[in-house]
Write a protein that binds this ligand. Structure first.
Ligand code: UD1
Length: 420
């Protein structure tokens, strides 16, 4: 296992370039199974979740070449229709091959993902949507066995108990490209990654409209082709670097990002007192000013993203005054709080709300990463803290950030990766 050793207290300055979006890359790689033609995917981030997805599609029959964020992928024939437990347990997003295999082969056998550190994560909405398209689904021995040779269009409402579902919207949209007739998904998620997957499928020849709204219409049964597609920049990586500037009172230019994808986060920065300016595909953040406490309400897009909640908790822990964060999407997503408290943060958790009493400064400590975004929050806290911070179990972070410490070092951070 590896850890980060951070000497905190250094202002970050300079320019950072944002990588491709993990949450677009994963379903788009799975979606490439829809066609038997070769494809090129550009701007694919090199990170562990992508490696896991590549391993999975390779098992299924894809031939691959992945160099310098450019993926050549060709699944001329399927070798198998199974996503085995050994791969799915490493990454829940493996379930994206379910929709793609049903569409391509009319059959799929995908291990159920099981538990997750940030709370229960059912996939009932995926199953509901796929059944509505005419797929027969049984759960047996921890696997989803799906059969659906003649998919048909349907009206499907994907409203869940916590609002919309990114995963279910994408999985059903992918499967519906092969259904005869028209599918209408209502209560669809409108995250930029859903739009990116729809644009990718349209680029292959699908006929999807309404992406980015709560109603998506898919005219199925089109023949899908070949070509080269570039995925969008990662909005969560962008937001994470912006918090790094805010927390270290530095000034960072974030290049190759899409500021519109971060409107709610930019509004929050401005409310707190962080100067942030958007220019085309660049953000300039100046964290040197005085900051104020705030209240954050996490919600599906275009609301404040749950994937930025942990990083803002780290930031608010050093902003004077009392702030609150209400997390409405995942039940157990405050795990960074106890670790931040080891660094001197004052946080109390009351149900789905964290109350943060800003302390002027954190102090370095040994802390343990528990999930992807919590890990990022601890690194950010370490960069701003006085003294040395050691963040252990950084394999969580490696799942979702490309060259995180390399990019931070270029901005002046003192951070090293070491073996445990
Ligand atoms: C995706 C993102 C993740 C992000 C999350 C919410 C990927 C690979 N991951 O996860 O980074 O934090 O969106 O923006 O893109 N739900 C159900 N039944 C279902 C599916 C979901 O009840 O069948 C619930 C979930 O438990 C959760 C809520 O709906 O409470 C939203 O989950 P969802 O949007 O599906 O998250 P993911 O797609 O898993």
């Amino acid at each position: 296992m590896e850890k980060f050793v951070i000497e905190g207290g250094k202002r970050l300055n300079g320019e950072v370039r944002i990588s491709g979006a993990k949450n677009s890359a994963l379903p788009i790689i799975a979606g490439s199974l829809l066609t038997d033609k070769p494809l090129i995917l550009e701007n694919i981030p090199c990170l562990n979740d992508v490696t896991t997805m590549l391993q999975l599609v390779k098992t299924i029959g894809a031939s691959l070449s992945f160099k310098k964020n450019r993926l050549q992928i060709h699944t001329g024939q399927l070798r198998q229709i199974e996503a085995p437990y050994d791969i799915v347990r490493k990454m829940r997003a493996s379930y994206y091959v379910l929709g793609a295999l049903i569409a391509r082969a009319g059959r799929a056998r995908v291990s159920l993902p099981g538990g997750c550190a940030i709370g229960p994560r059912p996939i009932d909405l995926h199953i509901k949507g796929l059944r509505a398209l005419g797929t027969k689904i049984e759960i047996e021995g921890g696997y989803i066995n799906a059969r659906g040779r003649r998919l048909h269009g349907a009206k499907i409402d994907l409203q869940g108990p916590k609002g919309t579902s990114v995963g279910a919207t994408i999985n059903v949209m992918i499967a519906a490209t092969a259904a005869r007739g028209t599918t209408e998904i209502t209560s669809a998620a409108c995250e930029p990654e859903v739009i990116d997957v729809a644009n990718f499928l349209n680029f292959l020849g699908a006929e999807i409209s309404g992406q980015g709204t709560h109603t998506i219409v898919i005219k199925g049964g089109k023949t899908l082709g070949t070509g080269s597609y570039r995925i969008i920049p990662d909005r969560i990586e962008t937001g994470t670097f912006a918090v790094a500037a805010a927390m270290t009172r530095g000034k960072i230019k974030i290049a190759h990002c899409v500021p519109e994808h971060l409107s709610s986060v930019i509004d929050k920065f401005q409310e707190i007192g962080v100067r942030i300016e958007a220019l085309n595909n660049t953000l300039i953040i100046d964290g040197s000013g005085e900051k104020h406490a705030t209240n954050i309400f996490v919600a599906p897009y275009p609301g404040f993203p749950t994937d930025m909640q942990a990083q803002f908790m780290a930031l608010l822990s050093i902003v004077p005054g009392t702030s609150t964060i209400k997390e409405t999407i995942f039940e157990n997503r405050f795990m960074q709080a106890v670790e931040l408290m080891r660094m001197g943060a004052e946080i109390t958790i009351e149900g789905d709300t964290a109350v943060i009493n800003g302390v002027g400064r954190l102090s370095g400590a040994y802390v343990m990463a528990s999930d992807l975004r919590a890990s990022a929050a601890l690194v950010l806290a370490g960069l701003a803290a006085r003294g040395k911070t050691v963040v252990r179990r950084i394999y969580h972070l490696d799942r979702g950030y490309e060259k995180f410490e390399v990019k931070l070092r270029k901005l002046g951070a003192r951070i090293k990766r070491e073996k445990e």
